[in-house]
Design a binder for this molecule. Structure first.
Ligand SMILES: [Mg+2]
Length: 254
């Protein structure tokens, strides 16, 4: 497609599903490297730290530098320092690795990520009390669902963010996809304008439609959590759809 000079690529449901690479995805990524076509990985995964994501990619044969993977936790780290926040975390214990040696301030904030079993009544209530006491609500992501390692569809962090929003009357600031800032900072790191950048993901709403809303080209692939009818009613509609990552890259290569 004319005008596409670089790619933002989602990970779960696009590059891999569970511990296995999706067919053709590794070759497609390696072909981008060989042709010196710029790309970044842009994931909303908040259940594991970046080091674990890098290790998983290395195990699949994809060597990436830490700054080539954009995660909501990294965006949150920057946001916490810039806004001088004093964070109360409702996240999985393993994600705290990404918040070590954090520069904090005094403005109270509740930081919510995919905490899985950490979403107990007790932990949600502790976060709620912080919000009632004046903390702002920050969500690393607010996706509705994800496809787990066993391919079964699972409840994602969005429902828990919505519960805290409902009870507190506060609106969460979302730092991962679909935040335009998240797409724009990744495109900027490629040295590209948003409209020169193609986002490829399996979430029709938060990857593809949200990218188009942010001024990028947004493509949905028919792997991972995608299902027939996933694009129905989305506004804006994705720029296009492909069977999988390798077919998307073949078709979009500059
Ligand atoms: Mg995905």
């Amino acid at each position: 497609m004319s005008g596409v000079k670089g790619f933002l690529i989602d990970l779960g449901g696009v590059v891999y599903q569970g511990d296995a690479a999706l067919p053709g995805s590794i070759d497609a990524i390696n072909s981008l490297r060989q042709r010196s076509i710029p790309f970044r990985f842009l994931t909303n995964t908040t259940s594991r730290p970046k080091a674990s994501i890098l290790k998983k990619l290395a195990g699949l044969g994809i060597d990436v530098e830490p700054d080539e993977v954009f995660t909501p936790a990294a965006a949150a780290r920057t946001h916490i320092a810039e806004q001088k926040l004093s964070p109360h975390f409702l996240v999985a214990p393993q994600l705290m690795e990404d918040f070590q040696n954090l520069e904090t301030g005094t403005n109270p904030a509740v930081i919510v990520a995919d905490a899985r079993d950490g979403f107990s009544y007790e932990n949600l209530n502790l976060a709620f009390r912080q919000l009632e006491a004046g903390a702002e609500l920050i969500a690393l992501a607010n996706n509705r669902k994800f496809a787990d390692d066993d391919d079964l569809i699972c409840l994602d962090v969005g429902a828990f963010v919505a519960a805290l929003e409902y009870a507190s009357g506060k609106k969460a600031l979302v730092l991962g996809k679909p935040s335009p800032d998240f797409f724009h900072s990744a495109a900027r790191s490629l040295g590209l304008e948003p409209d020169q950048t193609a986002m490829i993901g399996d979430d029709a709403e938060f990857d593809a439609s949200a990218a188009v809303k942010a001024g990028l080209r947004g493509f949905v692939v028919h792997t991972g959590k995608w299902h027939a009818g996933a694009c129905k009613g989305l506004d804006p509609q994705p720029t296009g759809e492909f069977a999988d990552l390798s077919r998307a890259i073949d078709a979009l290569l500059p």
